[in-house]
Design a protein around this ligand. Sequence first.
Ligand code: NBG
Length: 824
Amino acid sequence: MLQRKLKFDKEEFKKAVIGNSKLLYRKNLDEATKQQRFQCVAYAVKDLIMDRWIATHKQYDKEDPKIVYYMSMEFLMGRALGNNMINLMQYDEIKKALEELGLDINEIEDQEPDPALGNGGLGRLAACFLDSLATLEYPSYGCGIRYRYGMFKQEIKDGYQIETPDDWLRDGYPFEIKRPEYRYEVKFGGYVRIEKDEKTGRENFIQQDYRSVIAVPYDLPILGYGNNTVNSLRIWDAEPVVKFNLNSFDKGDYQKAIEEENLAKNLVEVLYPNDNHYAGKELRLKQQYFFVSASVQRAVDRYKSMHNGDVSKLYEKVTFQLNDTHPTVTVAELMRILMDENGLDWDQAWDITSKTVAYTNHTIMSEALEKWPIELFSRLLPRIYQIVEEINRRFIEEIKAKYPGDQEKIRKMAIIYDGQVKMAHLAICAGYSVNGVAKLHTEILKKQELKDFYEMMPEKFNNKTNGITQRRFLLHGNPLLAEWITDKIGDGWITDLKQIDKLSLYVDDLKAQQEFMNIKYKNKVRLAKYIKENNGIEVDPNSIFDVQVKRLHEYKRQLLNILHVMYLYNKLKTDPTYDMTPRTFIFGAKAAAGYRIAKQTIKLINNVADVINNDESIRGKIKVVFIENYRVSNGEIIFAAADVSEQISTASKEASGTGNMKFMLNGAITLGTMDGANVEIVQEVGEENAVIFGLSSDEVIKYENEGGYDPMEIFNNDQDVREVLMELINGKYSDDDPEEFRDIYNSLLNFKDGRRADTYFILKDFKSYAKAQEEIDRRYKDKKGWAKSVMLNTAKSGKFSSDRTIEEYVKDIWKLKKVHVELK
Ligand code: NBG
């Protein structure tokens, strides 16, 4: 039900922009800095949002619908201005108004810092989900943390990654609003005193000698596309309980005041920059409890205010979705609030909690599974720990009843075991739903990682294959293609991506092919310009743009990609007539600050780029580019320009991937393993329109369980592989320090610290990858065949809209109803 073309008064809008300049900066618009002009425009756009935002929440208060609270440590939102203009369906009108004011929309959009409150796929998925929820008119809140510093900015100096702080709030963020009226206290530490109520015999649990902070929410508007729904992303800031005053001779607890001031300051200071890896730091657990406690307190209060203070049917109107294990303390916090603050007994509280909380698993990487030492957990969250202990005790009773005498089951499934609290086990035990994020991933969870849980409670398990929002990653990121598609099939695809399949009719049409490839070419020119401006490297838009952008992780195998580039370079050097279409290998990736081998891989890519890009003898047949500071905003430009999408993780390791979908949507061919959602991409587009290589996940898992893989054998017998590996340590790519890449070399050949040599089967898959790359070259030479293939990728991407994913969550898990918002 699209509210086509809401009224837009251009003159009013222009006046607002000019007015904002005076109001905010005491300047005429032409005197304002670029950043200030962005702010003026953003505030004018925010103004267009406010009435809808108010109307939405009025409607929610009136209808009292069920609400999903999407609990996530990360929301990788990307820039809001352009997206808001699009979802208001007023992009072109606003662009025009700005032109009349002498402002260029692209320049204005470029002034906005990317709100980067996330690491990678998990955080971006949360952002796509919020977009879809609002577009589909489902009531929802995103609940998270207002990190003072988001994901670090990456600079490359001498080929090394340098991290600099992301001061995204420096100039003020125009779209947020502070909501001090919804502040909550969150308590840490101390001990629990038990008080027996003589009259009722009930035991009351009272936390004492704690330190606390005040959680203050900021709301960001989440606009539905073409409707009046504006949901909220609620991110919490921490403030000290009492503002500490040095001059006061207050007899209050001086020490405590300082500690609380520091607690508040440190708590939300920075996002942990780890992807698929947990650091186990005390501050991280504090962050988790902080935003969970505030969000749950608020959700329960809101519910109570609408139900005469009675919480007994909470699950009818509230559901918490846990985005990975990070917010799992939600389970115990909800129990605490229901029992300690609302007087429910254990069974009532458990009944409600276990109907209210659901859990999504996003990885099988063991280093990502959160486990907290009992000592730390119980010291920081004494009351929460008591509750977890009791959940664990009862759960073990259940296991015993189901599997009498089976100690092994208890060892494998207990929530508390071996001195540790296992967050995934708590989430599964308490949750009413457990889902993986792609078919293959969910199957691996059921058959391997979570086998015991699946056998005990199969009814909880389900799959929800990830998706992405086509509004940001096509309509905003690739306007040329978006317009062309709308021209051909109408604009239904914007809210119903299945319709994009209508493009299939055009894939053999020569004129359409030409138009499509011409748009691809223009997008490549746009990216080439970006690369020239930001990296100083000249690339040829006529070469194949072969792209791998994602977080740097060994399992994602950027190393396989660059080793293959080294191999290809050798091949060209020995045979200068080697016939290949010129190729530009484009990388973009941040490495976690403390991840040594990942950082070495970045250095390797840059050094290889240096050597190859400066070797004139190969006449530009290979170029290697490392794009600095890969993030959502430059990602949009990159996806639009790619010919080849590198999705080359070791099979079984990538839970889903979502970059793969963004490339597909924008007309690139997947070069990948049968991993994560690649499997479903191939299923949709057909094997002949993707290039697949490497071990299957079954093969990988078999080697992992039974052994039998020896990379040394490949090293000894395969001359090409041997040559490339020797180049890691002979100074060819690091003449000032031949030892620079020794760790990488060792990781491929030597067993170390309990880690198998070549843990991620890079050498094993090398030859098959090289063949697949030749296949890409071969297919690209057939211009028509290639055009047809990439068009089919776009046409068959309908399944991968996050709108489809959200409809599945709604139907199978959350059971929400749409709320339509009218604007008076
Ligand atoms: C990531 C997976 C990706 C997946 C996203 C979103 C974590 C823990 N997991 O494969 O690695 O696409 O989650 O589900 O970041």
